[in-house]
Design a protein around this ligand. Structure first.
Ligand code: DAH
Length: 335
């Protein structure tokens, strides 16, 4: 009978299409093609059932149900098969050559990010990065830097002394109040020429407010050679400030005083419509050279110390230094 042949054809076409479907999506397309309510090929079979004459009807109806049940069962079996193979081989459709996703949590603190950029910029200017200890003795924090015993910077109330005497360091020990200590440590162990920067934490018992913290970061720089000039110092600092903050940034040098440099300057950059001090600098004082065994007649040098937080605040538009240390993820997540 023609009608029953059509049913057989439908069933074998459907079963082989189901067998060929290699993914749940392909299988769904097969389901729609054969069993879809609107335009599925099953509609043609339904019409045939309608056309069947009286005595054919029970047989045709029965066959229609058999075909539909068989195709539906095969679809379900194949679906389970596809899902099982998907979960048992999780790497089968995973392309290991694709670049990894960025982790959704964890990022660099803005200060760490700034330190990394400073290192890289100064590296391009030919400065090597060196490290120094945060616990210091008075020789490296004061004496060799030409800061005499009666200088106000040595007032115990303005420093974090942690021990009156130390077996390894000799005399009293303090948390360094400036990274200038690293100038001394470098020159003590390295003959000229020297071109270094050192970036790290310094500690001062300041009253904490929007621009002061009792711990902050500095970048110290030192260049010593036979004929180092103030013009070179100004060039390096101007280029550095412009590289970091942008080509239009204005920078100015004001005469100042530091025991370890002569002449000394304070360095400001223009922040909005007012100037912001970012650090100090100058030509290395001959007494400092003498303290480390360099001959001030043979070498000259410049040094500078910049506050890293100040730069970071200007760069990212942060108006309160305390934000950096509160560890509020709503703040940190913005960088
Ligand atoms: N050490 C100074 C401070 O913390 C900053 C400074 C000034 C460093 C002048 C220098 C320098 O190397 O030459 O205030």
């Amino acid at each position: 009978m023609d009608i029953l042949t059509s049913f057989d054809d439908f069933q074998s076409a459907a079963l082989s299409a189901i067998g060929r479907a290699g993914s749940p999506e392909q299988l769904e397309a097969v389901r729609i093609e054969f069993l879809g309510q609107k335009n599925g090929r099953i509609r043609d079979l339904q019409k045939l059932v309608g056309q069947a004459t009286g005595d054919q009807k029970p047989l045709v109806g029965k066959r229609f149900n058999e075909v539909r049940t068989a195709v539906t069962a095969e679809l379900e079996a194949r679906q389970q098969q596809l899902e099982a193979s998907k979960s048992s081989s999780p790497v089968s459709d995973f392309d290991v050559t694709l670049p990894g996703d960025r982790p959704v949590f964890g990022r660099l603190h803005p200060i760490s990010r700034t330190i990394t950029e400073f290192r890289e910029l100064m590296g391009r200017f030919g400065f090597t990065v060196v490290e120094g200890p945060e616990l210091e003795d008075e020789r490296h924090n004061f004496e060799a830097l030409n800061i005499p015993e009666d200088h106000p910077a040595r007032d115990p109330l303005d420093n974090f002394y942690v021990a009156c005497a130390s077996a390894t360091l000799g005399g009293p020990v303090l948390l360094r109040s400036q990274t200038s200590t690293v100038q001394i440590r470098t020159m003590e162990t390295t003959p000229p020429p020297v071109r270094i920067v050192s970036l790290g934490r310094v500690y001062r018992p300041d009253t904490i407010d929007a621009t002061h913290s009792c711990m902050f970061h500095q970048m110290e720089g030192l260049m010593v050679d036979e004929h180092v000039t103030m013009a070179q110092l100004k060039t390096v600092l101007s280029l550095f400030a412009r590289s970091f903050l942008g080509p239009d940034v204005e920078i100015r040098f004001r005469p100042s005083f530091f025991p370890f440099t002569e002449p000394s300057v304070e360095v400001d950059v223009k922040w909005g419509d007012h100037w912001m001090e970012i650090g100090g600098a100058g030509m290395v004082d001959p007494n400092v050279f003498k303290a480390v065994g360099y001959d001030p007649e043979k070498v000259s040098g410049f040094a500078f110390g910049l506050g890293i937080e100040r730069f970071c605040m200007k760069h990212y538009g942060v108006d309160d230094i305390r934000r950096f240390y509160e560890n509020d993820v709503r703040f940190l997540a913005q960088f």
